[in-house]
Design a protein around this ligand. Structure first.
Ligand code: PHB
Ligand code: FE
Length: 335
């Protein structure tokens, strides 16, 4: 029955189990890991058995984002073959459905699952397959190896919760900014980021109402990479700054326009058609550059040195349907 997510130990002949790992089933998709790889198996649309292999580190980094972001906006592609599509009340798991060659060959498969079911399988898989010493949210230079037989776990890292500000970072009784108070030291790449705070001159009586903080100082202390946080929310306008190093572990197919403001250093983006994977553009963003990603593209960023990026999202729950009906544009501006 393909609606029951199972975390099952399989027979003794299962090589994953010999290595200490669980094997997982999500509908028609099977997931098995060994020392270096994940092997995903399915029966193709036209009835043939097929499999796909990914480096386990890349897979776990992508899985971590998909789980932590609640399947994000639109499509989260783990690579050119597999990924998920968020319909907000349900989620598709797909293999080859957005790969023109596989689609034309009839070897793709897409299945829809209730959010709870796919989340449950993904969370268990992430926890079981993440070994002690490997943090999928950390930059590769700042964490250990994902490889080998099962040894220990890193449940604390794969279940870390977002720190939520109640009103504003630094306000009395809200999130602490300073490292001595939060245990969040300045990252090695941001040693030159000034840590001074803005001057505040509230009228007497308004000291607890008026506030400001140094966003760059705050970001310089981020312990994770490629993980946008909601720093300001005004109606459906979400400002989501993040620190980036190495490769965005997913290729994101948004279902709406999204803006990038490169606040420091440089990120190189590969953009391609979200349905076929055909390359569309290379976008080289340097500090101060702003770009918009149209809703028809998928994009993956490469950050040679840790950098600061502001992602600006329109979080309106109706937008995806307005775009589908043609009532809202797929592009940010018509010249
Ligand atoms: C994106 O897909 O637009 C994205 C995701 C995570 C980031 C930055 C950008 O950290
Ligand atoms: Fe995106």
């Amino acid at each position: 029955m393909n609606t029951v997510a199972q975390a099952r130990k399989t027979s003794a002949a299962d090589p994953s189990q010999d290595l200490g790992y669980c094997t997982f089933q999500l509908g028609s998709f099977g997931f098995r890991r060994d020392e270096y790889f994940v092997h995903i198996t399915w029966t193709t649309r036209d009835g043939r058995p097929l499999s796909h292999t990914m480096d386990i580190g890349n897979f776990l980094r992508a899985l971590m984002r998909d789980v932590a972001w609640g399947f994000f906006y639109g499509g989260v592609n783990f690579d050119d073959v597999i990924g998920t599509v968020n319909h907000y009340k349900s989620v598709d798991m797909q293999a080859g459905a957005f790969n023109e060659t596989m689609k034309e060959s009839g070897v793709d498969l897409l299945e829809n699952f209730p959010v709870d079911q796919i989340r449950d399988v993904f969370e268990k898989m992430l926890d079981d397959w993440t070994n002690e010493g490997f943090d999928p949210f950390a930059a590769p230079l700042e964490t250990g190896s994902p490889y080998g037989r099962k040894h220990g776990n890193n449940t604390a890292a794969v279940t870390r919760a977002r720190e939520l500000a109640k009103r504003c970072v630094g306000l009395k009784d809200d999130l602490k900014l300073r490292s001595d108070e939060r245990g969040a030291p300045v990252n090695r790449s941001f040693a030159d980021v000034p840590q001074n705070e803005p001057e505040l001159h509230p009228e007497p009586g308004f000291e607890n109402e008026v506030h400001a903080f140094n966003l760059f100082a705050f970001l310089s202390r981020s312990q994770v990479t490629w993980n946008p946080s909601f720093t300001s929310v005004v109606k459906h306008s979400y400002m989501c700054p993040t620190t980036e190093e190495h490769i965005l572990p997913i290729l994101h197919s948004n279902d709406r326009v999204e803006w990038f403001f490169q606040m420091s250093d440089e990120i190189q983006w590969n953009c391609s058609d979200k349905n076929t994977g055909k390359p569309l553009a290379r976008v080289i963003m340097k500090a101060g550059d702003i770009a918009a990603m149209p809703a028809y593209c998928r994009h993956q960023g490469f950050s040679p040195k840790r950098s600061m990026l502001l992602v600006w999202e329109n979080g309106s729950p109706n937008l995806v349907y307005e775009i589908q009906k043609g009532d809202a544009p797929e592009i940010p501006v018509q010249f």
